[in-house]
Write a protein that binds this ligand. Structure first.
Ligand code: SF4
Ligand code: SF4
Length: 377
């Protein structure tokens, strides 16, 4: 069995995985925690999380022949690296590092399946089912069981050598790999960096996240308007958020060069039509936000910039954008920026705006009279 594990580990490393662990399947003891978390509504609009709870807790619910899981960690293409330029000055958004390049669901899953094929070559009739965030699987819990890391206070899986900048993948199989490795052990200690620096207070201090407050949820999963009190807290994050990973001491060694794809120019994003959005993001994880979600986020970030040069693209958006959701957030952003040009744009649009939700945002924006002056240049 040791030899089988070694050969599978070597195959995983060959595919680029940096973490490999094995665990026998037992029902996870997270049922109570998970049902309480759901009952508290902390999953927001992600109703899919409530589906198939038994299968999440025990994959043998799907197939009773399964015996074990191989848990794998695949590094991000590049760890997060904020641009050196001031985003407010340059009107740059921020994209979470995991979304750099091709959609990880595609290529990491393909690599996990190749490891499964090696298992099939060594054990010809072995069952293998691979996942990369592609099914109802408690990925971090299985990684914990497979002793490749611990779950930190930021709710990510952490490894002492690799921090948290990696994707998790799993291969469930009917092969029995024998006794499990000793538990990994937690290494957060007294650190509270992630809890204290999360801009929205989404981390509750007891290894619990309220997804409804998390910028990743707000910018990717939430389909409707971003709640008003949270908009200023988004800063320039337009797809995901890396803050609670960036501030983690276990990620402090991570090195990468700044990549402009992680800091896109906001006025350009706000002007993308559907065809341009599809062309640019069809192979990227960013497509999950859909055009209307990404442009909504770009409008909020432009509003948060405090830069007078954000007024012109927002005004053009309010006049011409077909999606009411995006127009509504452009109206908010103009109100937040304030100034005469913003006000005149909002007043003009108020007379012709056909959508009641946008009209309401315009009225709210105009009512916000104390915003800082911000004349377009
Ligand atoms: S991803 Fe951002 S908003 Fe979400 S918990 Fe981490 S720091 Fe907070
Ligand atoms: S920032 Fe500190 S508390 Fe948060 S996950 Fe990292 S080590 Fe743990």
């Amino acid at each position: 069995m040791v030899d089988l594990k070694e050969r599978l580990s070597a195959a995983a490393v060959e595919q680029g995985f940096v973490l490999v662990g094995f665990a026998s399947l037992r029902p996870l003891d997270r049922g109570r925690f998970f049902s309480d978390w759901l009952a508290g509504g902390r999953h927001g609009e992600m109703s899919y999380l409530a589906l198939e709870p038994q299968r999440r807790l025990d994959p043998r619910f799907l197939d009773p022949r399964l015996r074990s899981v191989i848990s794998l960690g695949y590094p991000y293409q590049a760890p997060p690296r904020p641009s050196r330029v001031s985003w407010r000055e340059e009107l740059r958004g921020r994209v979470a590092a995991y979304a750099l390049g091709e959609d990880y669901h595609r290529y990491v899953l393909a690599k996990a399946r190749r490891v499964g094929e090696v298992l099939n070559a060594l054990r010809p009739r072995a069952l293998t089912r691979a996942y990369v965030d592609t099914g109802p699987v408690f990925e971090r819990e299985w990684a914990l069981k497979a002793s490749i890391g611990w779950i930190g206070k930021n709710t990510n899986l952490l490894n002492r050598r690799y921090g948290s900048y990696f994707f998790l993948a799993e291969i469930f199989t009917d092969v029995d790999f024998g006794a499990d490795s000793p538990p990994y052990g937690a290494h957060c200690g007294r650190c509270r960096q992630c809890l204290e620096l999360c801009p929205t207070g989404a981390l509750e201090g007891s290894y619990v996240m309220d997804a409804r407050l998390c910028i990743s949820y707000l910018t990717i999963e939430l389909r409707g308007p971003i709640p008003l009190p949270l908009r200023t807290k988004l800063g320039n994050w337009i797809f995901g958020c890396d803050i609670c990973q960036e501030v983690c001491p276990w990620n402090s060694e991570a090195q990468s060069q700044p990549d402009e794809r992680l800091t896109p120019y906001l006025p350009e994003l706000l002007a993308l039509d559907q065809a341009q959005f599809s062309k640019r993001f069809s192979r990227s994880a960013i497509k999950r936000a859909k055009r209307r979600g990404l442009l909504r986020n770009a409008a909020v970030a432009l509003g948060n910039s405090g830069n007078p040069r954000a007024v012109a693209p927002l005004a053009a958006c309010l006049e011409r954008e077909p999606e009411p959701l995006v127009r509504a957030h452009a109206a908010w952003a103009l109100g937040h920026l304030g100034g005469g040009v913003s006000r005149r744009t909002l007043e003009r649009r108020r007379k012709s705006e056909p959508d009641p939700t946008v009209a309401n945002e315009i009225a709210l924006a105009l009512a916000r009279g104390s915003a800082p002056e911000c004349e377009a240049v």
